[in-house]
Ligand binder design. Structure first.
Ligand code: DGY
Length: 324
């Protein structure tokens, strides 16, 4: 039987590729970089299925170039790079990779939280420069964590996991979400509060909302000004949730104490001034970059794509209504 013809827009861990190769001829972008728009449009042509990355914008134009395609499986839980409406109109299934990166991303939020609170990057730089003069009572004084208030913006899978990890630090937990989160309320005595209240009360604000029109620039000059001057902002969700230029101004003006970011508004670029600040910690969108998380993502993406190729509804379908 003829094998399906599948394209993968950039090399992903082998586990998913092995699954795909059992039923498909698999071609992978040979370059270790995102495809250009032209390359993307060219390479989706004539494929039965494509595994896409968050750096690929999959819109109506790409879908039309991929005429006859059986589905796109996104290798990410976030899917703001996919035009779900355009796919649904064309009856093309889409999927993402929820679940397998929850703990890795929550752990990264904590990594960033501690790094910024305890000024780890600044300290590391001094040690490497060979200029540390020895112990000093006033050096690198940072923020306390235990007993402080954690504000979780978006209490979905990742926000919930992040909040639950606060147990060891006896934190008071506030959260925002569209719906109440009984797990957080039962396990931590967490309280669902309005966004503004969370900003005013929290010592650490950790962002876990998806990017959509309602969350774009949720953090801007106005909302940042509601935070305590001693508070820290941690973002492992999507860059455009924060107005990055206004964050730079807030950090420069000590409106807040610091920020730790894994994601950026204009990836892979940062807005001018961000990298010069000492009260920020900057990671290169690696929250899901653990061995088990990334191999889990590759297996999920492959499993979803294989279901689409068989004409079945994929387990993590983003537009199930097309199976109506
Ligand atoms: C996602 O999955 O959305 C992350 O941003 C990358 O793993």
């Amino acid at each position: 039987m003829a094998k399906f013809n599948v394209y993968v827009t950039r090399l992903i861990p082998v586990e998913g590729l092995t699954l795909l190769r059992e039923a498909c001829n698999v071609e992978i972008n040979p370059e270790d970089r995102p495809l250009t728009r032209e390359e993307l449009l060219k390479n989706v042509r004539g494929r039965d299925g494509v595994i896409t990355l968050l750096t690929d914008r999959i819109d109506g134009e790409v879908m039309d170039a991929a005429r006859g395609i059986k589905g796109f499986a996104n290798y990410a839980v976030g899917f703001d790079n996919l035009d779900v409406k355009a796919a649904t109109e064309r009856k093309i299934p889409l999927s993402n990779t929820p679940g397998v990166l929850t703990l890795a991303t929550a752990e990264m939020a904590w990594t960033l939280l501690f790094a910024v609170a305890r000024r780890l990057i600044e300290s590391d730089k001094v040690m490497r420069s060979g200029t540390w003069p020895g112990w000093g009572p006033m050096q690198f004084i940072g923020g306390d964590v235990t007993g402080k208030t954690l504000g979780v913006v978006g209490a979905g899978r990742i926000g919930t996991a992040m909040a639950l990890m606060s147990k060891g630090f006896a934190m008071r937990v506030l959260y925002t979400d569209e719906v109440a989160n009984p797990v957080l309320e039962r396990e931590l005595g967490a309280r669902k509060v309005p966004f503004e209240e969370l900003l005013r009360e929290s010592d650490f604000v950790s962002v876990h909302v998806p990017l959509m029109p309602a969350t774009r620039h949720l953090f801007n000059a106005g909302t940042l000004a509601l935070m305590k001057p001693t508070a820290y902002l941690i973002n492992t969700s999507r860059g455009p949730v924060i107005h990055e230029a206004e964050l730079v101004e807030a950090l420069r003006g000590n409106v807040i104490a610091g920020a730790a970011l894994d994601v950026y508004e204009f990836e892979p670029k940062m807005v001018p001034g961000l990298a010069e600040l000492t009260n920020v910690v900057l990671a290169p969108h690696t929250a899901s970059a653990t061995r088990s998380s990334r191999s889990g993502m590759s297996v999920k993406a492959a499993t979803n794509l294989l279901a689409m190729l068989r004409g079945e509804r994929p387990p993590d379908c983003l537009n199930p209504e097309i199976y109506g």
